[in-house]
Design a protein around this ligand. Structure first.
Ligand SMILES: CC(C)(COP(=O)(O)OP(=O)(O)OC[C@H]1O[C@@H](n2cnc3c(N)ncnc32)[C@H](O)[C@@H]1OP(=O)(O)O)[C@@H](O)C(=O)NCCC(=O)NCCS
Length: 222
């Protein structure tokens, strides 16, 4: 994106207003059992995915495009889900009011810290709350010795992609049919973004440096 375009996407704020103090608190999983959080955003852009078969492989492009009208995502998710594993949950507070949440899981099999959820209440967006939550995530990754932070987002969520880029994440992969078989046509394709802390083998590497994975383990059980 060109610098003048970046300006257009950024809402105008009173720059004299001070940045609020964000407090991050860890909360127990049991306290979050019934908790539901909104997953909501409006976006005027998306990334168009074009995958083509070439002579000796494939070519793929992801191109940012403007939408003819604003795309509005509105859903509500339960925080605790069995597939998310043994997660850690953090809440962000501004002036004692809940402003955002973060849910992470240390996946030991590939020594990655997965961000399952990150979200900020509408009225607290673009004030640094998401950055504060991501700061906590990086701190945990460092402490756990994780080699990377990994997360899933969608080509429809250009705002989140901008946010992750601002936090030092890069695109590392995608799944063209993760949600439905029409994800490409619907412009809602799963992308994986990662923040790399260090290089080297995972903690679960064996003596030959080969990585054991859940996939490999589950294949062995069959
Ligand atoms: C994505 C999200 C967590 C960002 O939280 P936030 O508190 O608004 O982020 P910050 O204020 O810390 O923003 C840090 C930087 O990220 C980028 N950024 C954040 N929101 C952006 C947006 N809507 N458009 C463009 N860039 C954005 C900017 O570079 C920003 O710095 P700046 O404000 O100085 O320009 C928040 O918008 C959100 O909750 N979205 C809905 C839920 C969601 O999509 N979660 C991610 C699921 S994958």
């Amino acid at each position: 994106m060109k610098p003048d375009e970046a300006k257009r996407f950024k809402p105008q704020f009173d720059m004299s207003a001070s940045v609020p103090e964000v407090k991050i608190k860890k909360v127990s999983r049991s306290a979050m059992k019934e908790k539901k959080v909104p997953f909501e955003y409006d976006s005027d852009s998306f990334y168009e995915v074009v995958m083509k078969r070439a002579q000796d492989g494939w070519s793929m492009t992801l191109q940012r495009r403007r939408r003819p009208k604003i795309f509005k995502k509105r859903s509500t998710d339960t925080i605790i889900e069995p597939f998310k594993g043994n997660t850690e949950i953090f809440l962000a507070f501004v002036d004692g009011e809940e402003a955002g949440h973060l849910q992470i899981e240390h996946q030991r099999w590939n020594n990655s810290l997965r961000v399952w959820d990150i979200g900020v209440e509408w009225k607290y967006r673009r004030m640094g709350v998401g950055s504060a939550l991501m700061g906590k995530c990086k701190e945990r990754a460092q402490k756990l010795g994780a080699r990377r932070i990994i997360l899933e987002t969608q080509t429809s969520n250009a705002n989140a992609i901008d946010f992750y880029l601002s936090q030092g994440f890069e695109l590392v992969g995608m799944d063209l049919t993760n949600y439905t078989n029409e994800d490409v046509g619907r412009n809602e394709v799963r992308v994986e973004m990662a923040y790399h802390l260090r290089t080297g083998p995972t903690k679960s590497s064996n003596a030959n440096g080969k990585q054991r994975s859940r996939h490999r383990e589950s294949r062995a059980k069959r």
